[in-house]
Design a protein around this ligand. Structure first.
Ligand SMILES: C[S@@+](CC[C@H](N)C(=O)[O-])C[C@H]1O[C@@H](n2cnc3c(N)ncnc32)[C@H](O)[C@@H]1O
Length: 204
């Protein structure tokens, strides 16, 4: 088992953060503060990292699935589910976005704190760099997610997508509309250097 590089805390939860795994940051916490989960809902957490959002969601949710491309993060998230006593309510899968889900898997709520920073196309990425690298436009992962998520949303279901103004908020809202999802800005937090974290909610 890899060694936890450090332990971090949110409310009354504890999270071990392994090497090569994204450490929860302002984007994570802005999303966590706006989950608004109703009792018994089925929740999908895409790019779960150390599992923080999936584990916080598990308190109200009926069941939570976390998907993650980084194998170190999947192991870390499983360990954190045990640490926070929600192991029976959360499943973690290693997968590229929603590609490994059964086509019949439908969710009330889909979360994604997405990678969105512009990065070189041919660059060989380390696992940790996948936490923020969004291809040359910054939208490579965002746009693939927007195309896949409508297939796994229940009628009346919603998406909470965290990105930055650096990756084009209006473009995200337009792209959701292309898939018949109505999107709006739900919360924002300004960061230094001309960037504003933006939480977008999209509904079916
Ligand atoms: C900004 S981090 C968020 C981690 C965690 N959800 C949080 O809020 O702290 C983005 C996460 O998405 C994962 N990721 C990037 N591309 C992905 C993909 N194609 N499929 C699944 N996960 C991906 C990264 O490995 C990383 O863990």
């Amino acid at each position: 088992m890899p060694y936890p590089a450090k332990r971090t805390y949110f409310n009354n939860y504890s999270f071990d953060i392994y090497e090569e795994v994204y450490e929860p940051a302002e984007d994570t916490y802005l999303l966590a503060e706006n989950l608004g989960i109703r009792e018994g809902e089925w929740v999908l957490d895409v790019g779960t990292g150390c599992g923080v959002l999936a584990i916080v969601a598990a308190r109200q949710a009926g069941h939570v699935v976390g998907v993650e491309i980084n194998p170190h993060a999947v192991r870390c998230a499983r360990q954190n589910a045990m640490l926070n006593h929600v192991y029976g309510k959360v499943d973690f899968l290693q997968a590229d976005l929603l590609s490994a889900l059964n086509p019949s898997a439908l969710f009330d709520l889909v979360l994604f704190n997405a990678p969105y920073l512009p990065s070189d196309e041919d660059e060989e990425l380390a696992w940790i760099e996948r936490s923020w690298a969004g291809g040359p436009s910054g939208r490579e992962v965002l746009d693939r997610f927007i195309a896949q998520v409508p297939l796994h949303l229940k009628v009346g279901g919603r998406v909470l997508l965290m990105q930055s103004t650096l990756a084009g908020v209006e473009e995200t809202i337009r792209k959701f509309a292309d898939y018949n999802l109505k999107a709006h800005v739900k919360a924002q937090r300004k960061l230094p250097f001309f960037e504003t974290l933006t939480l977008i909610e999209a509904k079916r």
